[in-house]
Design a protein around this ligand. Structure first.
Ligand SMILES: Cc1cc2nc3c(=O)[nH]c(=O)nc-3n(C[C@H](O)[C@H](O)[C@H](O)COP(=O)(O)O)c2cc1C
Length: 174
């Protein structure tokens, strides 16, 4: 595998990345999306079963149909591209581990997009309508929706977030 040295230090990307929910009305380079999906596909998975599958939605009408399925409609409408991420049940061997692996792929995707200067939001709220997402995209039942990642050029970088301290998070050390 070839690694291009044009990204960002991984710790910088982890600490700088924020969920971006407001985007410029500007197209994104498909090559950056494909490179970021390649990063997603290099996530770890149990038995290396790679249960993740991705859809790419550039079409405005399809975006609108998906936007109607979530209260984060404005985020989906404003994105240059939507990336629904699925777990392929036919590739699955252990549901919990497969869901974890798809989560790792989504995080790789978010970090890669950030390192390339793009912004993204992980939209989970739309999962309440996962069957309707499959209908809109005319995709088979064996695909279980895990997230829709909304991607675009950030309209601003004012996002702030917070995390609990390590003292609260580490519950055992001996
Ligand atoms: C499983 C999951 C589901 C999420 N669903 C949504 C969502 O539906 N809408 C949204 O705006 N953000 C969603 N987020 C993003 C979180 O709100 C965000 O990651 C969290 O507030 C921390 O902010 P940060 O990403 O800027 O660090 C989701 C994140 C995860 C991991």
């Amino acid at each position: 595998m070839t690694v291009q040295n044009n990204g960002m230090d991984v710790m910088t990307a982890i600490f700088q990345r924020r969920s971006v929910r407001h985007f410029l009305d500007a197209p994104v380079d498909r090559k950056i999306i494909m490179e970021s999906l390649r990063a997603a596909s290099w996530a770890p998975s149990g038995l290396n079963n790679q249960p993740w599958r991705f859809a790419l939605i550039w079409d405005g009408e399809l975006k609108e149909q998906l936007a109607k399925l979530t209260r984060y409609a404005a985020v989906l409408r404003g994105a240059a591209v939507l990336i629904p991420v699925f777990l392929d049940k036919e590739a699955s061997y252990d549901h919990i581990k497969d869901v974890q692996a798809v989560g790792a792929a989504v995080q790789n995707l978010l970090l890669a997009l950030h390192s390339k200067g793009l912004g993204a939001a992980w939209i989970g709220e739309i999962l309440k309508n996962q069957e309707r997402v499959l209908d809109v995209l005319d995709l088979p039942e064996r695909l279980q929706l895990m997230a829709v990642v909304a991607v675009g050029h950030p309209a601003h970088r004012n996002q702030s977030s917070h995390r609990q301290s390590l003292e609260e998070l580490i519950i055992f050390e001996k």
